[in-house]
Design a protein around this ligand. Structure first.
Ligand code: S3P
Length: 171
C-alpha cells in the first residue's frame, strides 16, 4: 500500500461514541500516515486519565490543555487527528482546525451514540443522575456546531470501521 502525503491534517470531530478514535486510527493505517489523538496526548502529558483530570483540575483546565495540544499536533505533523467530542465547540479550536486541517464530522444518531457509551465509565460529562438526558442535551446543543465541519460522514449501528474509512475517503 502506498503512503499518502497529506496537504492538511484530517481532523475527526463529533460526539462521544461516534467512533472518532477507532475510525481515525483505521484511516491513518489505511493511508500510511501518522495517527494523532488529542485525548491520548492530554492523558500521557498529565499522566492521568481524562476523568482524573476533570475531577482534580476541572473542565476549564482540560479545555485549555485540549486547545494547546490541538495547536501543537496541527503544527507538528500532518496526519489523522482524532479530537475529543467537545473540542470543535471552541471557536478558537475551529479556527486552528480550519487553518491547517479538514474537519470531518462523524455523524450518528443519539441512540447509536448512547448504545456505544452507556456501559463505559470514561466520560466525566456523563457522570450525572440521568446520563441519557445529559447526552441528549449535549447532542442537541452540539449538532449545529459539528455541522460547520468541512465534511460529514454518517455512521449507523451496522457500519463497520473499515466501511467508515471507505466513506471518509469517498467524502
Ligand atoms: C468530551 C469527550 C471526550 C473527552 C472528554 C470530553 C466531550 O472524548 O474529550 O471526556 O466534551 O464530549 P470522546 O469524544 O473521545 O469521548
Amino acid at each position: 500500500s502506498q503512503a499518502w502525503k497529506l496537504h492538511k491534517t484530517v481532523v475527526m470531530v463529533g460526539m462521544m461514541g461516534a467512533g472518532k478514535t477507532a475510525v481515525g486510527r483505521a484511516l491513518a493505517a489505511r493511508l500510511g500516515v501518522p495517527f494523532l489523538d488529542s485525548d491520548a496526548e492530554i492523558e500521557s502529558a498529565a499522566n492521568m486519565t481524562i476523568p482524573e483530570i476533570f475531577a482534580r483540575d476541572g473542565e476549564p483546565f482540560f479545555r485549555k490543555k485540549e486547545s494547546q495540544v490541538i495547536r501543537r499536533l496541527l503544527d507538528e505533523e500532518r496526519g489523522i487527528l482524532s479530537t475529543g467530542g467537545g473540542a470543535f465547540l471552541s471557536a478558537e479550536n475551529r479556527r486552528m482546525i480550519s487553518e491547517r486541517g479538514v474537519a470531518v464530522w462523524l455523524r450518528a444518531d443519539l441512540n447509536v451514540l448512547w448504545n456505544r457509551v452507556r456501559h463505559k465509565d470514561t466520560r466525566p460529562l456523563l457522570r450525572t443522575p440521568d446520563p441519557h438526558a445529559t447526552l441528549r442535551a449535549l447532542y442537541e446543543a452540539r449538532v449545529p456546531v459539528y455541522a460547520e465541519a468541512d465534511l460529514t460522514v454518517d455512521s449507523d449501528s451496522e457500519t463497520t470501521i473499515e466501511r467508515m474509512v471507505d466513506r471518509v475517503l469517498a467524502a
